[in-house]
Design a protein around this ligand. Structure first.
Ligand code: KIV
Ligand code: ZN
Length: 526
């Protein structure tokens, strides 16, 4: 039987980013796009260009950076959206406009207030409009799984005739059941006369926990493109997880006989880690493929079987997703080279500056702990700011906290702000709050802190503490992460990390306002 290639369309940067708390900054998005390119996905949906100037900027930057994957921008089926999408992706080696319109009765009646005939006409005219700008156009029938089937066939046929190269049939609300969804896709293949002129795609949400199962059923039934996100992040319960689809196709190649995708599975783990790191949302320990326990064997019976023959309990190897077993223990005598090697095995690549910074923190940790584990190294890398200290406005230097359960908590924090050393002391209900109050005094900031959490990186009493938090200011949310052996220091580092994001944004907004003022002065506009 001939093999059939399935395209992997990654929407981590668009649908994934829409999930609460998963917003990413430009340099984070570029980092994720770089990982997706190394993973060899076919399409990167870089964002929704019309959504905001920031979204436009990041879609454009990704389009200019990525060389080997198609780069798509989402657009509603409206001329203005399509123009913006095209402006953002036209610099890409392989650009695509992805436009969509809802086709289910409930969406057409209550959201769009359009009749089915108007929807059909709008879909066709916007596909033609997009096609005049961009060589490759994808059209999505939003809420396809609640769309009346015969109407969906009419729309699919019409948009293919109008020039859509890909027609996506999303399970927008995560409503489908695998057998039913597979059967619907099979009927599309049978009833749409020109279906052979386009690729049928599916895009499944996980509200019933069936997104991956539905995607696989659709692929078997004839769909040629699977839309998914790394770690399954996305609106509500998320999207179909890329790593689960890809590893199911590979591990059960016998069942999915003729289906193949071009993903380099050994890059799965590093891409998953990168997405965790930039979104600040970790995957649950028992998450399939990329969870911390996905390849761990705890029970005696399992360990015995594994020792006798790994295949007793292992259907995929950890190496196949890029997880390597480290033989060498790292400690205080280990050099920079050994650390660099271990980072490479863990799929973490750092510039020389970042490596030097990480090495200093590694040495401090190795002085305090005999053995530095892979989890410690990963946490240290996660705790590094994306940019070196030298490029940060605020750099943490030291703190001294007086704490106890009988007296007030006081903390003195020393920072470098724009290279100048500043120090403040403040009180708080605990040493962390006291430290944050001292920082607020120095920076004259009033922010709200959300989702504050501190956890231990390993299970021992000498474990490092990892702090994640979110800072809200003027409707914007900034992610902070810090790692240190002392949990107060971890919290301070996380807070400073988030505040640097905020200050960078404010500076950008001031510059933008100044540029606008200069521009309008030049044109005589007020
Ligand atoms: O879930 C959905 O329907 C979407 C479309 C815009 C493709 O994300
Ligand atoms: Zn979606």
């Amino acid at each position: 039987m001939d093999t059939r290639k399935v395209a992997i369309f990654d929407t981590t940067l668009r649908d994934g980013e829409q999930s609460p708390g998963c917003s990413m900054k430009l340099h984070d998005k570029l980092l994720v796009a770089g990982n997706l390119e190394a993973l060899k996905v076919d399409v990167i949906e870089a964002g929704f260009a019309i959504a905001s100037p920031g979204d436009f900027e990041s879609v454009q930057a990704i389009a200019n950076q990525v060389k080997t994957c198609t780069v798509a921008s989402l657009a509603r089926a409206l001329k203005g959206d399509i123009d913006q999408a095209w402006a953002a992706v036209k610099g890409a080696a392989l650009p695509r406009i992805h436009t969509f319109l809802a086709t289910s009765p409930v969406h057409m009646q209550y959201k769009l207030r359009m009749s089915p005939e108007q929807v059909l006409q709008q879909a066709v005219s916007m596909v033609k409009y997009a096609r005049n700008l961009c060589p490759e156009v994808q059209f999505s029938l939003e809420d396809y799984t609640r769309t009346e089937e015969e109407f969906s066939w009419k729309v699919i046929e019409a948009v293919i005739a109008a020039g859509a190269a890909v027609v996506n049939l999303p399970d927008t609300v995560g409503y489908a059941i695998p057998e039913e969804f597979g059967a619907r896709i099979r009927r599309v293949m049978e009833h749409v006369p020109n279906v052979g002129n386009a690729t049928i795609a599916v895009h499944c949400h996980n509200d019933l926990g069936l997104a991956v199962a539905n995607t696989l059923a659709a692929l078997r039934a004839g769909a040629g493109q699977a839309e998914c996100t790394v770690n399954g992040i996305g609106e509500r319960a998320g999207n179909a997880a890329l790593e689960e689809i890809v590893m199911a196709l590979r591990t059960r190649h016998d069942f999915f006989e003729n289906l193949e995708c071009g993903v380099d599975t050994t890059k799965i783990m590093s891409t998953s880690r990168c997405v965790c790191s930039v979104t600040g949302s970790r995957v649950q320990n028992n998450k399939a493929i990329v969870g911390q326990n996905a390849f761990a064997h705890e029970s005696g019976i399992h360990q015995h079987g594994m020792l006798a023959n790994r295949q007793t309990y292992e259907i995929m190897t950890p190496e196949s997703i890029g997880l390597t077993q480290s033989q060498m223990v790292l400690g205080k005598h280990s050099g920079k080279h050994a650390l660099k090697d271990r980072l490479a095995q863990l799929g973490i690549t750092l510039s020389e500056d970042r490596l030097a910074e990480l090495f200093t923190r590694f040495k401090d940790l190795a002085d305090a702990k005999k053995v530095v584990t892979d989890a410690d190294i990963e946490a240290l890398a996660r705790g590094l700011e994306m940019r070196p200290d030298a490029q940060q406005k605020v750099v943490f230097d030291r703190f001294l906290a007086a704490t106890g359960n009988t007296n007030a908590n006081v903390s003195t924090v020393r920072l470098k702000v724009d290279g100048q050393t500043v120090e403040e002391v403040a009180m708080g209900s605990g040493p962390i709050e006291a430290s944050f109050n001292a920082i607020n005094k120095m920076l004259n900031l009033h922010v709200t802190i959300e989702n504050f959490s501190v956890s231990a990186v390993t299970a021992n009493v000498d474990a490092q503490g990892e702090c994640d938090l979110r800072v809200r200011h003027n409707q914007r949310v900034y992610l902070g992460r810090g790692v240190a052996q002392d949990i107060i220091e971890a919290a301070i580092r996380a807070y400073v990390h988030a505040l640097n994001g905020l200050l960078e944004d404010e500076q950008r907004m001031t510059v933008n306002a100044a540029t606008l003022a200069a521009a309008s002065a030049g044109t005589g506009l007020v």
